[in-house]
Design a binder for this molecule. Structure first.
Ligand SMILES: Nc1ncnc2c1ncn2[C@@H]1O[C@H](COP(=O)(O)OP(=O)(O)OP(=O)(O)O)[C@@H](O)[C@H]1O
Ligand SMILES: [Mg+2]
Length: 509
């Protein structure tokens, strides 16, 4: 974390942003860790120090001095001129001399003050500062302000600082550039996410069916897309279908299509989703909601590689790779007879487990910054980051809705924030800060739960190994899992575990 003490603003670039997995087509950033490092190596290195000087009456002596200090000066007398000088991809320091502008011109000035890539220093005098509008403009958009007259050396120092801040915030932050390009990138630096990225790369090389398990909002669909985009099928289509969102009586025809006249209203042939994915990948989301009738048809297709449209007699060969996902406990569904075990084994040749957000440690903060950079233009203010209490709340909160919930909270906060830093209150997480008294016992309990979850995740719920990591016996681990309500979550951690977890603790040690 880098901080600027000048304005008390905290700027947190996306640490470890080189470790992300871009889902979109090659070249893929996540494949080459050095590529990220090279880009991150020297903040601002090689950048020209350009200064935008907006003043009704520019001061030639000031310009000469700043030039002698190595600044490239772009001078503008009007808002229109200034906006023509700014190139979107460059960073600038800015001096705006408010003394020469009339109040009716402030609205126009605001449009250039809002430019994210200019670090503004305002020049003003006492009489201007009595104007509420001037105070607002300075508060919202400027790094600092000075009373005129001011020494040229002071201004040089201030614009240097503003330029450095803008270069850090907007250019050195890989998330800023990458987020706009890689709509579908996966961000993750913790061990669990690195493991996930390795798994994605491995399973992408095969054509076997993949089953993705994870809580709601953890990134199952994004993972399925990442696998497709990295597989030999990436040039063909990726067809997602949410089995839970389609009425049961329509699922058969949606999946397999129908022939003209197959039923009343079937006026023309319809190609089903399975067939439309031919050559590509079919992503069956919420597979646990597939009714038994469709489960039987899907199993037949997986065995034979052929489909039959409703009302048709032809067996049509279709070549698709199947990825499926669910957030429900399929093992329980199989035990209850709601899901066919033979279909599950066909679908789950390879298994991928999405870690819940609360078990991703530092990634929570990295993701929050990633979302902020992606959506900060939704706010008229120049939002620069999060307050310390917001960061604390991000870590203390349990994130039941995972990454999707984090995206929604940060996006909402961007709109609601009334200052340049997003607070815990803006995130609607004020109850999760230290101001909220936490007893030592509560803090210990939370830390214990986090450590247990992380160990279980690392060892895919294999209790012996997780217990060894934690330095406790298996019996103790089993008891603690019960106390923390973690015994039912085996569906999120992987397949190897279930037999062990079912055993009574004394039988296991
Ligand atoms: N590692 C990540 N980095 C960046 N964005 C992510 C990551 N994981 C998930 N997201 C984003 O979070 C949102 C939810 O992801 P996704 O739809 O893949 O989750 P899901 O597990 O399929 O959720 P659900 O169970 O509710 O269908 C999406 O906007 C996705 O782009
Ligand atoms: Mg989904």
């Amino acid at each position: 974390m880098r901080e600027s003490s000048h304005l008390g603003a905290t700027v947190t670039p996306l640490a470890g942003a080189g470790q992300r997995l871009a889902v979109g087509g090659p070249p893929l950033a996540g494949d080459d860790p050095d590529a990220g490092r090279a880009r991150d190596a020297k903040p601002g290195a090689g950048l020209e120090r350009t200064l935008l000087y907006v003043a009704r009456t520019p001061d030639p002596l000031l310009c000469a001095y700043l030039k002698s200090r190595g600044w490239e000066i772009a001078s503008a007398r009007t808002v229109h001129e200034a906006s023509r000088l700014v190139k979107p991809e460059a960073a600038y320091a800015g001096i705006v001399d408010l003394t020469g502008f009339a109040p009716r011109e402030f609205a126009g000035l605001e449009t250039i003050l809002r430019l994210q890539q200019v670090g503004w220093i305002a020049l003003t005098d006492d009489s201007r500062l009595t104007d509420a509008e001037v105070r607002r403009l300075i508060r919202h958009y400027c790094f600092d302000y000075v009373h005129v007259p001011v020494s040229h050396a002071t201004l040089d120092y201030l614009v240097g600082h503003a330029f450095g801040m803008v270069s850090l915030c907007d250019l050195d932050t890989p998330g800023a550039a990458a987020a706009s390009q890689d709509e579908d990138e996966m961000v993750g630096t913790c061990e669990a996410m690195q493991q996930l990225f390795r798994t994605i790369r491995k399973v992408a090389n095969t054509d076997a069916t993949v089953f993705i398990s994870g809580e709601s909002g953890t990134g199952k669909e994004l993972t399925a897309l990442a696998i497709h985009e990295r597989s030999a099928r990436r040039k063909a289509t990726f067809v997602p279908i949410n089995c839970g969102a389609i009425p049961h009586h329509l699922l058969q025809s949606e999946l397999f299509g129908y022939e003209r006249g197959a039923f009343t209203g079937a006026n023309q042939r319809k190609i089903g989703r399975v067939e439309s994915a031919n050559g590509g990948t079919l992503f069956l989301d919420e597979i646990g909601d597939l009714p038994l009738e469709s489960q039987a048809s899907l199993l037949r297709f997986l065995q034979e590689g052929k489909i039959e449209r409703l009302g048709g007699h032809e067996q049509i060969p279709v070549d698709v790779r199947i990825i499926s996902a669910t957030h429900v406990d399929l093992e329980a569904a199989m035990r209850d007879g709601r899901f066919r075990a033979d279909l599950f084994h066909r679908l789950c040749v390879l298994r991928v487990d999405e870690p819940p957000l609360r078990a991703r440690g530092k990634d929570i903060e990295i993701l929050a910054h990633h979302v902020l950079h992606k959506f900060k233009q939704d706010s008229a203010r120049r939002i620069r980051g999060f307050t310390p209490d917001a960061i604390e709340a991000l870590y203390n909160y349990n994130w039941p809705g995972n990454v999707r919930e984090l995206i929604n909270r940060v996006r909402r906060a961007i709109v609601m924030a009334e200052s340049k830093l997003i607070s815990a209150e803006d995130l609607d997480l004020a109850h999760f800060t230290a101001q909220q008294t936490v007893t030592l016992a509560q803090a210990r309990e939370a830390a214990e739960r986090r450590a247990i979850e992380a160990a279980l995740l690392r060892h895919r719920h294999r209790l012996t190994e997780a217990a060894a990591d934690l330095g406790i016996s298996r019996v103790t681990l089993y008891r603690l899992m019960g106390a923390h309500g973690l015994r039912d979550e085996k569906t999120f951690f992987g397949g190897e575990a279930e037999n062990q977890a079912e055993l009574p603790p004394d039988a296991q040690d």
